[in-house]
Design a protein around this ligand. Structure first.
Ligand SMILES: *Cc1c(COP(=O)(O)O)cnc(C)c1O
Length: 388
């Protein structure tokens, strides 16, 4: 760790453990200490660590072909795009390597779509306060959090931030230069903030009335995390564009931007590109992720465990004054505290549980979707002791 602190960029405040291996919901450090993982590499390892089907797909693919570029077709990429479009609103997929890149692609596509229609003045995108869309220049510009843009000005022009869950604010913010509304169906980094009932339906209606594109950032909420394959399925609506990353390959770097045929049309040859996007080694793993999620009842398990977990956290709330709110869907759960969350995270780690704190006072629980009741009970007992 001393060595690390000399050679690794200081962009993260790290916890003082070195993790060497994982299995299912468990992780081990160099001291041999075991942890129950309620972070999943930030909502990434949805199938748990060292999933045998992912490992097998990776080693098989590694033996035959890692990469050839997008100048050629490769089978795993076709297979993945097919499965994603078959199981979503979308008709086409653009592959890249991270969440930020997927959102970059979405922002470019929304602008290009209206540009192609001869409506060049329509380039502005409405986004939400407390949103998180990434750390590249365009995506930090889209992000409705001052602290993330600070120091990097001038940010990219053309983003209008409004409060989440405020349909009147949205109505007022959409003007003749608006091309899209970009939002997370449930705000992740912003504090696990859920939409009010019918809010997203109203957003969709407003976008339809004003001919504005609706972009869902499902980088955190997608891939079964909320108890549906994609979070939008809870709300009886569909976006025009959706971005994915995090859990898409259970820990390997991948991003994807999905769009309806009409919108995807605006990305012709040369409009956008990524050298590594959809490379065979990673898409081979991702195909297995999609298969396991959809064919092994895992999403239903996530919904059941999520409901149980939320119930148990609500019991804690009834017991401990320091808990303000319990919220979230599926296994994307948050618990807002009156006190600093950082010390709770540290105490949990000492007791062998990894959890995460966002916005200073919201504990976020995002375990692998394979988590079982016993593991949830163990964490709840640990939290009960610490808070008491
Ligand atoms: C993590 C995240 C991103 C950024 O993804 P990176 O892969 O870190 O670039 C964007 N949007 C949401 C909702 C996220 O949770």
């Amino acid at each position: 760790m001393n060595k690390a602190d000399k050679v690794i960029a200081k962009t993260y405040t790290r916890f003082p453990i070195v993790i060497t291996k994982g299995n299912g919901c468990s992780l081990w450090d160099t001291q041999g200490k075991k942890y129950m993982d309620f972070v999943s590499g930030i909502a990434v390892c949805n199938l748990g660590h060292a999933h045998p089907k992912v490992s097998e797909a990776l080693s098989k693919q590694a033996d035959v072909l890692l990469h050839v570029s997008n100048l050629y077709y490769t089978e795993p990429q076709i297979e993945l795009a097919y499965r994603l479009t078959q199981n979503s609103f979308a008709d086409r997929v653009f592959f890249c390597n991270s969440g930020a890149e997927a959102n970059e692609a979405a922002i470019k596509l929304a602008r290009k779509y209206f540009n192609d229609k001869g409506e060049k003045e329509r380039y502005r995108i409405v986004t939400m306060e407390k949103s998180f869309h990434g750390r590249t220049m365009a995506t930090l510009s889209a992000t409705g959090q001052e602290k993330i843009r600070k120091g990097f000005e001038p940010v990219l022009e053309g983003f209008d931030y409004i409060p989440f869950n405020d349909i009147d604010a949205l109505r007022k913010s959409i003007g003749p230069s608006t091309c899209a509304v970009l939002l997370e169906p449930i705000q992740g980094e912003g504090g696990v903030r859920c939409p009010d009932p019918d809010y997203l339906k109203a957003v969709r209606r407003l976008c339809d009335e004003t001919d504005v594109l609706l972009i869902f950032d499902e980088i955190q909420t997608g891939m079964g995390r909320t108890g549906k394959f994609f979070a939008y399925e809870h709300f009886g609506i569909e976006p025009d564009i959706m971005t994915l990353a995090k859990a898409l390959a259970n820990g390997l770097p991948i991003g994807a931007m999905l769009a309806s045929e009409e919108v995807a049309e605006a990305f012709g040859p040369g409009a956008h590109a990524s050298t590594f996007g959809g490379t065979p080694i990673i898409t081979a793993a991702s195909v297995q992720v999609v298969k396991v999620l959809l064919e092994e009842n895992l999403i239903h398990h996530c919904a059941t465990m999520g409901a149980y977990f939320k119930e148990r956290l609500s019991e804690l709330k009834a017991k401990h004054e320091s808990i303000v709110d319990v919220r979230g869907m599926g296994l994307l759960l948050g618990m807002k505290l009156k006190i600093d969350g950082g010390t709770i995270v540290n105490s949990c780690m000492e007791k062998g549980f990894l959890i995460n704190c966002i916005q200073g006072n919201v504990l976020r629980f995002i375990p692998p979707l394979i988590v079982e009741k016993e593991e949830i009970d163990a964490l709840v007992a640990c939290l009960d002791e610490i808070l008491g």
